[in-house]
Design a protein around this ligand. Structure first.
Ligand SMILES: NC(=O)C1=CN([C@@H]2O[C@H](COP(=O)(O)OP(=O)(O)OC[C@H]3O[C@@H](n4cnc5c(N)ncnc54)[C@H](OP(=O)(O)O)[C@@H]3O)[C@@H](O)[C@H]2O)C=CC1
Ligand SMILES: [Mg+2]
Length: 431
């Protein structure tokens, strides 16, 4: 049977892709591969081939990809963003990108550029996708969603007080490339980010050239602005691949708590899947941090749920909510989401042996005030309308290492979460 290039790509990537493991049986928690001891350069040669193949496959249906002499143009694009460091005197976050710099780029070339910048660093760690399918493959390619608090550059350098993280690990010129490498490695269709303080000078121009459409909503009083030589406010960003989705509706939401406006935000977008014509809603948020604010977070979650009720027309549209909720699963805001009339479930529970437990951590760091290991980040989804086909396993304690995160190998104190979703076949079923 004829398969369109897009279908073929998806089949390669989502069915038999190397690194995809079956869900562990009861009582048998799957383990990620141990960290490679080889120096970065050696391992790059190996992983470049695999990644280039999968990168080419995943993006191959995008006609805009340039395969020609893109490296020099790309180099200048990356160099341009490298030069726009936090030391910039100009508020670049207020400046729209120059459309002249937005010609398409090949993800393989960007990956190579990133790897060249990172050649002195230890290799990225291997993380595997765990196959969670319980039914036959759907007729359309899955939707890959990535959730990640990428650590605002200004907060990492000026506020977070990481005690064991080497100063070199926080250099933006290199940390930026580690972030891009992570995104390019997993090639999400939709990317939900928190703590973005380099949207206009880095992520928007580069990701738009990879075919993404982006939206940024800064926090009204970003703590980044308190840091000397900051790069503007941090906020939430949502990117989606334009060749897969059409934007139907977009809302920037300033969250309230008991009717008071707060400093936390969300973006909620309704999209239409170009292959299937199915519509769904995707949201990204970053709730108030710190202990003592549990009721506040719960009120913010309540406000977000009310907004999402209205945007999904009373749960008629399938919904995915990504966020750094700054709340353990024991907190009220988590319980509100788990028991909401939107019929949501948390995707990463499916990685546990019983399918009922959240991962042991999604963030792990050592501050001057002590070690913090918490589960705070989630991907919620409409449990009747959507299925989780696979999820990216977390880094193991050994991979994270004794100095925890961020590190020379990993750019943020939060791990990225990545899931592949498919629509359930019953369009009129309960959401
Ligand atoms: N000028 C003004 O009038 C106002 C200014 N502000 C500014 O905003 C700040 C508060 O903003 P708000 O949005 O409520 O911030 P949050 O309390 O939500 O935290 C902001 C960031 O700090 C990180 N963080 C969490 N715990 C710690 C910790 N123990 N040490 C260091 N960093 C931590 C969080 O990261 P993570 O999510 O990864 O844990 C988060 O990104 C104020 O301190 C002030 O700087 C706020 C209001 C008004
Ligand atoms: Mg943070």
């Amino acid at each position: 049977m004829y398969q369109s290039p897009r279908r073929l790509c998806s089949a390669l990537l989502h069915r038999d892709a190397p690194g995809l493991r079956r869900r562990p049986g009861p009582g048998l928690r799957s383990q990620s591969s141990p960290p490679a001891a080889a120096p970065r350069r050696a391992s790059l040669r190996l992983s470049a081939a695999a990644s280039a193949a999968s990168g080419a496959a995943r993006w191959c249906s995008r006609p805009a990809c340039s395969m020609g002499n893109g490296t020099s143009r790309l180099y200048s694009a990356l160099a341009k963003t490298l030069n726009s460091s936090a030391a910039s005197q100009h508020p670049e976050y207020l400046v729209s990108p120059d459309p002249g710099h937005l010609e398409p780029i090949d993800p393989k070339e960007l990956l190579e550029e990133c790897r060249a910048v990172l050649h002195t660093r230890p290799p990225r760690f291997q993380r595997d996708f765990v196959d969670l399918r319980t039914d036959c493959p759907g007729s359309h390619p899955p939707i890959r969603v990535m959730q990640w608090n990428i650590l605002a550059q200004a907060l990492g350098e000026g506020k977070d007080n990481f005690a064991q993280c080497p100063v070199e690990a926080l250099k933006w010129e290199e940390r930026k490339c580690l972030i891009l490498e992570e995104i390019l490695a997993y090639q999400p269709d939709i990317l939900c980010l928190q703590e973005v303080d380099h949207y206009f000078d880095t992520f928007q121009p580069l990701l738009s050239r990879l075919g993404y459409q982006g939206t940024f909503f800064p926090k009204p009083w970003s703590p980044c602005l308190d840091v000397e030589r900051n790069n503007g406010p941090d906020g939430c960003a949502l990117f989606f691949l334009q060749n897969r989705f059409k934007l139907v509706h977009s809302a920037n939401i300033r969250l309230t708590a008991m009717t008071l406006k707060t400093n936390q935000v969300a973006i909620a977008q309704t999209m239409e899947c170009k292959e299937s014509g199915r519509q769904f809603c995707i949201a990204v948020t970053h709730l108030k941090a710190r202990t003592g604010w549990e009721q506040f977070r719960s009120a913010q979650g309540c406000d977000l749920l009310q907004n999402l009720q209205s945007i999904t027309q009373g749960a008629k549209l399938p919904l995915i909510v990504c966020g750094d909720f700054n709340a353990e699963p024991t907190e009220e805001v988590y319980k509100r989401f788990a028991s909401s009339s939107l019929n949501l479930d948390s995707a990463y529970k499916l990685l546990s042996a019983d399918g009922q437990s959240e991962p042991p951590y999604t963030t792990w760091k050592i501050r001057t005030s002590g070690e913090c290991r918490h589960t705070l980040d989630y991907i919620w989804y409409s449990k009747h309308a959507l299925s989780v086909r696979s999820a990216l396993d977390l880094l193991t304690e050994e991979q994270i290492g004794p100095n925890r995160l961020p590190s020379l190998n990993y750019p943020s104190d939060h791990l990225s979460l990545v899931c592949d979703f498919s629509f359930n076949e019953e369009p009129d079923g309960l959401l």
